[in-house]
Design a binder for this molecule. Structure first.
Ligand code: SF4
Ligand code: SF4
Length: 281
């Protein structure tokens, strides 16, 4: 019996924005990046049981259990006060789940889904768990996609790709200074993964965020990606939206969302360079 456990932030049984068709989306807790524009920063760190949120919960759904914070989902009213007050970009509302726990939820949704997508946080931090989960999901005749920030070295350990249809890869920046500012992480592995996943036919989609007024940075990233992927995978250009971004970073990135027509200019550039499946969301 597989005894692996992984921290799961949430499971959305039916999602139509996490890959093709209707999919169960599984969001794991924990991410090695700290992107300025992160819309769910509460998935970045594991809870340190500091107790700040316990005192703030209006429904008494949080308590200490042997010095760790315990969450009572039955009492929780979903107000997200705990997430707002957490000083560590964590959440007390995670579940340490076994592969069988997750599979139980996938099986319930199975008649209505095409497959599953694992996301985060960064799901590849749970590589062994993913391999075990995908192996079982395949037996149900469902597809498995990996939504990744590109920090995992897929070439060094390709086992998860063998049980997956492919990766939806974030390529946020190609210029080093832009990458340092946006994701606080070296971008070499991401760019390596872009080439490697293409070479083995496991790149399902690339995503780049288009920021308002950043002509040079947006253009450089879009050009770099488009010239490589051509029409071999989808290229999703995501308009920056400040909603959900941490306040301190909203100030750095600006408080305006990216205009649709502005983003379309970069999609047109990508298509002109051969990335025929480029589109804006
Ligand atoms: S979302 Fe957090 S603060 Fe709100 S009721 Fe649930 S546990 Fe308590
Ligand atoms: S979720 Fe955040 S505030 Fe709550 S106990 Fe954990 S680290 Fe502290």
């Amino acid at each position: 019996m597989n005894t692996l456990r992984a921290p799961v932030n949430k499971i959305i049984p039916f999602s139509n924005v996490d890959g093709p068709g209707n999919r169960t989306a599984i969001f794991f807790q924990g991410c090695p990046f700290n992107c300025l524009f992160c819309h769910n920063p509460e998935t970045i760190h594991l809870c340190q049981s500091c107790g700040v949120c316990v005192k703030s919960c209006p429904a008494e759904a949080l308590s200490f259990d042997h010095e760790a914070v315990a969450w009572d989902s039955g009492k929780c009213v979903g107000c997200d006060t705990c997430i707002r007050v957490c000083p560590r970009d964590a959440s007390p509302k995670i579940r340490w789940m076994t592969v069988e726990d997750v599979l139980r939820e996938v099986r319930r949704a199975a008649p209505y889904i095409e497959g599953i997508t694992t996301s985060g946080g960064e799901c590849t931090l749970q590589n062994e768990f993913l391999i075990a989960l995908f192996t079982e999901v395949k037996k149900l005749g469902k597809t498995c996609l990996i939504d990744s920030n590109g920090s995992f070295n897929f070439e060094a350990d390709p086992r998860v790709l063998e049980v997956s249809e492919g990766v939806m890869l974030d390529v946020k920046a190609v210029r080093q200074e832009w990458s340092d500012k946006l994701i606080s992480h070296p971008r070499e592995m991401i760019l390596h993964n872009l080439d490697y996943l293409l070479s083995v036919g496991k790149l399902y989609e690339v995503r780049t965020i288009i920021f308002p007024g950043c002509d040079r940075e947006n253009g450089e990233t879009v050009r770099y990606v488009a010239e490589r992927i051509q029409d071999r995978c989808f290229y999703k250009l995501i308009r920056y939206r400040p909603y959900g971004v941490r306040e301190k970073y909203q100030k750095l990135l600006g408080e305006e969302e990216t205009d649709a027509a502005y983003a379309e200019r970069f999609a047109a550039l990508a298509r002109a360079l051969g990335a025929k499946k480029a589109y804006v969301v």
